[in-house]
Design a protein around this ligand. Structure first.
Ligand SMILES: [Zn+2]
Length: 320
């Protein structure tokens, strides 16, 4: 139970628990970047709107607390939901994320970009697609896995949500148990918007790193929270942030707040090295050049994603 609620104890059982160590490097020297009651006006407004008034709990006595590890620099929420609350959040609070709602927002550019990532992977390994073993870790609605499968890649996935597992199986994507990944198995592991949610991102990256073949690659793509942290620390008040700022450091959900530096450190701790892809390969894997609107994006994206030094989309390689 958080210290601040010890005397008032407003809730029958604690719904948050404290992380005693940095979830990236497991060291225990951290400083508090920001602390604010969970029922402050700024956080209450966000909760009402983001969860569309589905939250019935009273969070008085609890704090939103953003800490930063003094060793690896990772910023993280020091108080995280217990298993029970996590279940409630993902089952009852979250806005509908049915597959129809998600794919109805996807356009040609999104699928092209996904295809470009798969082409980049194939170009990198220069092997027949069917001899590449890939894992889509935390696959959601399996869009990446399906795209890789369409290119002939030998792809499987891991996911927690049963309805998504059932969907993936129904479209022919084999699902494996994430807690029993064999060592040295995969040439490529895809993770898209996964690591910001994990209680133990450092341990998970080590485990996934071991599951790579020597020379294998893991893609880690997470929200970049640099601007959000700067604004929150600068203003000292959640109500000064807009929804875009809040997303990267969202209470309860995005419990690890990465920057390029802390993501790179996470890779180093796991014995992985960042890959700096060549622009030739990135451009070679991009289409949409002949449309003025998408050509600009096609030109700029490889630069800000992979050459601009502050990106939080990184390919890490397991040393050969
Ligand atoms: Zn750390």
């Amino acid at each position: 139970m958080p210290e601040s609620s010890a005397s008032t104890a407003p809730l029958p059982a604690p719904v948050l628990r404290r992380r005693e160590h940095c979830p990236g490097c497991h060291r225990s020297s951290a400083r508090t970047l920001h602390k604010e009651p969970l029922d402050s006006p700024g956080i209450s407004r966000y909760m009402r709107e983001h969860y569309e008034r589905r939250v019935e709990r009273d969070f008085s006595g609890y704090d939103y607390e953003l800490a930063q590890c003094e060793h690896c620099g990772l910023a993280y929420q020091a108080q995280v939901p217990t298993e029970e609350l996590l279940q409630e959040i993902y089952d009852r609070w979250l806005p509908a994320t049915e597959r129809e709602a998600v794919v109805s927002r996807w356009g040609l550019d999104d699928y092209r970009y996904l295809a470009g990532q798969v082409e980049f992977m194939l170009d990198h390994f220069r092997m027949r697609p069917s001899s590449i073993r890939a894992l889509d870790f935390g696959f959601g609605w399996a869009e990446w896995a399906k795209m890789a499968g369409a290119f002939g890649v030998n792809v499987c996935g891991a996911e927690l949500s049963q309805v998504r597992i059932d969907y993936a199986k129904s479209v022919g994507i084999p699902v494996v148990d994430a807690s029993r990944l064999p060592d040295g198995e995969f040439h490529f592991i895809n993770t898209e918007q996964v690591f910001e949610h994990l209680l133990e991102p450092g341990e998970m990256l080590q485990r996934l790193g071991r599951a790579l073949t020597p020379g294998g690659l893991i893609k880690v793509s997470v929200p970049n929270s640099e601007r959000s942290i700067r604004k929150l620390v600068g203003s000292g008040d959640f109500s000064r942030l807009d929804d875009g700022d809040i997303m990267a450091i969202a209470p309860f959900e995005h419990i690890n707040a990465f920057t390029h530096a802390s993501l790179s450190a996470l890779g180093r701790e796991a014995g992985l090295v960042p890959l700096r892809p060549s622009l030739r390969k990135l451009y070679n894997s991009s289409s949409g050049w002949m449309e003025p609107k998408s050509a600009l994006k096609t030109l700029a994206r490889p630069i800000y994603r992979h050459l601009y030094p502050k990106s939080t989309f990184v390919y890490f390689a397991r040393p050969a």
